[in-house]
Design a protein around this ligand. Sequence first.
Ligand code: GAR
Length: 208
Amino acid sequence: MLNIVVLVSGGGTNLQALINAQKNGEITGGRISCVISSNPNAYALERAKDDNIPTVVVSRKDYADNDSYSEALNAALNEVNADIIVLAGFMSILSKSLTDKYQYRILNVHPSLIPSFCGEGFYGLKVHEAVLACGVKVTGATVHFVNEVADAGAIIMQKAVDVKRSDSPETLQKRVMEEAEWQILPRALSLLCEGKIEIDDGRAYIIE
Ligand code: GAR
């Protein structure tokens, strides 16, 4: 059983999707052993506690930059023997030394179809605001491996969601979460734990 550590910063609905999938036996080959939050007030911490999952807070505010923050995270990840790391609404950028150490072992869920509406500055509701401002008709979510460049690691899975004329950033965010993020994140995590994701020339493929 691989040790899965989930990193969060906010509401934790993606964490909840992972917990639910685990309860339903949909995550094979791994177990969520710890939740680490960059925000001491994140509601995600309550979700973890409700399910008796140990929690750790490594507050982003206590560190001057991403490098020193990543060092502190590295220590926390060592402490809990992380095998696989999931960024589930985690709003800090990891240093290259950390992403190198866990190469192809860190997953992120992003609320758009990468390479659109992603990279630095595109996070949370801002992504959906940009989608609506642009007028695209299809958006969605992406699960990808994490490397040193924001939202640029190998793409594992994507799911499209239609944009409606009547959408607000909030309604679109909700639909992207329900129809895409909460579906593909647990699925991709399970495939990774089962060793069913192959890397070929820097691209990720699911072994059917
Ligand atoms: C989710 O939509 C997630 O994809 C996004 O923030 C939200 C967190 O919600 N992440 C990013 O934008 C990272 N670039 P949650 O805390 O309820 O899972």
